[in-house]
Design a protein around this ligand. Structure first.
Ligand code: B12
Length: 353
């Protein structure tokens, strides 16, 4: 968008300058976020906002301004990828509030209140638009989609209490733990990764989603660790410098829930330490989780080392990295590869008597 400032009523330019100055005075963060080019665009946008608001008020049609507000919000989210949607919402809400303060300089008589009510509506639709983030088709398929969407929205709004409540409600409505883990939490985290990859959310938001989800997983521990136990043991861990530990943690938790004794060694476990741990704990099954494809080589080495040191121990491999390969596990001496922890449990409960 570009405007020929010389063709605009000088009074509007003066008013735009007042709005611009007031918004910078109200919010000191703006001076850090806006370079010279952004400041110019923001100034032009204020003039556009005047013209859309004036059109809507003159025609007494609120939708003209509220539809524009949603369009503008999405445009700004695309243009300012370094800022997340919440921050851009704050900027726009502040902006509409400042416009409201100056409404009597743009309008006269009854139109002033009309303009203020349209600005109030623009604030509401902008607040709603924050959650209307475009998600992948995969995220919208399968079981528990509404809960998954609500959980993702709560996380994206950094609303820890709500996110926790959504998962607690899912549990009390009778959804099996396996489905909460795999259909709600796993697929939400997968979508969080997609949103980060597409630059729709910033890395701090992705970290928040991860740490909050880990906290929420821990709420299930009283249930998980109070199940009747079977004489079966699993050791789970992540290989190489792998920091993605939530998948391995879920595998371990779900086995514990199914009565197995579970020992989760966590992320980035060196092969010799793993082989030593197997000697100490003597599990029936070792589950190796790999998310980043560059650790598949180390996983292969770990499999060979376990086979050599503990030939009777069953070995399972899984995690995102394997789905990027051409079934590499078929060439390894492992007992099973599966994508899902629940599939591994079904198999292991049959094989380990
Ligand atoms: C959270 C997260 C992180 C966190 C991890 C924190 C933690 N404590 O776990 C942090 C911030 C550390 C991180 C870092 C990085 N990440 Co990251 N991360 C993710 C994210 C968003 C979610 C992972 C997760 O927890 N998923 C939820 C779990 C439950 O699902 P899961 O792991 O698939 O596990 C399930 C199944 O696979 C299965 N399973 C798992 N293991 C096993 C094992 C067996 C035996 C079996 C049977 C089943 C099984 O059961 C689980 C439950 O159902 C993913 C997105 C995604 N698509 O997964 C990106 C993602 C994996 N990360 C990615 C990237 C690029 C990175 C970084 C390189 C970013 C960077 N520039 O620093 C680093 C690498 C760090 C490292 N060395 O490992 C990319 C990988 C892309 C690629 N080319 O492979 C992804 C896919 C994001 C994306 N869409 O681009 N990340």
């Amino acid at each position: 968008m570009s405007l020929l400032l010389s063709s605009i009523d000088p009074k509007l330019i003066t008013l735009a300058q007042k709005v611009f100055d007031r918004q910078f005075a109200t919010d000191p963060k703006l001076s850090i976020e806006m370079d010279e080019r952004r400041k110019q665009l923001m100034f032009q946008d204020i003039l556009y906002n005047f013209s859309f608001l004036t059109t809507a008020v003159n025609l007494q049609d609120e939708n003209i301004f509220s539809n524009y507000a949603v369009w503008l919000f999405e445009l700004l989210c695309n243009l300012m990828k370094d800022l997340d949607r919440d921050r851009i919402k704050v900027q726009m809400v502040d902006h509409y509030q400042v416009l409201s303060l100056f409404a009597d300089e743009l309008f006269k008589g009854e139109q002033i209140d009309l303009a203020k009510s349209y600005l109030q509506k623009a604030i509401l639709v902008t607040e709603d638009a924050v959650d209307n983030i475009e998600v992948s088709q995969q995220f919208l398929q399968g079981r528990h989609v509404p809960i998954r969407k609500a959980y993702l929205n709560a996380l994206l709004r950094s609303d820890t209490a709500k996110a926790t409540q959504i998962i607690r409600d899912a549990e009390s409505s009778g959804i099996p733990l396996e489905e909460i883990y795999e259909d709600i939490i796993r697929l939400t985290m997968l979508e969080v990764g997609e949103l980060w990859h597409q630059n729709k959310i910033t890395v701090d938001k992705e970290h928040y989603c991860t740490s909050t989800t880990q906290m929420i997983l821990s709420l299930f521990y009283p249930t998980i660790f109070s199940q009747p136990s079977k004489p079966k043991k699993i050791v789970t861990c992540c290989i190489g410098s792998e920091l993605h530990e939530m998948g391995g943690r879920m595998v371990s938790d779900l086995f514990e829930y199914h009565g197995w004794e579970s020992i989760f060694l966590g992320s980035a476990v060196p092969t010799n330490a793993l082989v030593h741990a197997i000697g100490e704990h003597k599990p029936n099954l070792v589950a190796l989780s790999v998310t980043m494809p560059q650790y598949l080589g180390l996983c292969h080495e770990a499999v060979l080392a376990i086979r050599k040191a503990h030939p009777a121990t069953l070995i399972a491999v899984g995690g995102r990295a394997f789905s990027t390969s051409n079934k590499i596990y078929e060439r390894w001496p492992v007992d099973i590869h599966t994508d899902l922890a629940t599939e591994l449990i079904d198999w292991a409960d049959k094989v380990v008597k």
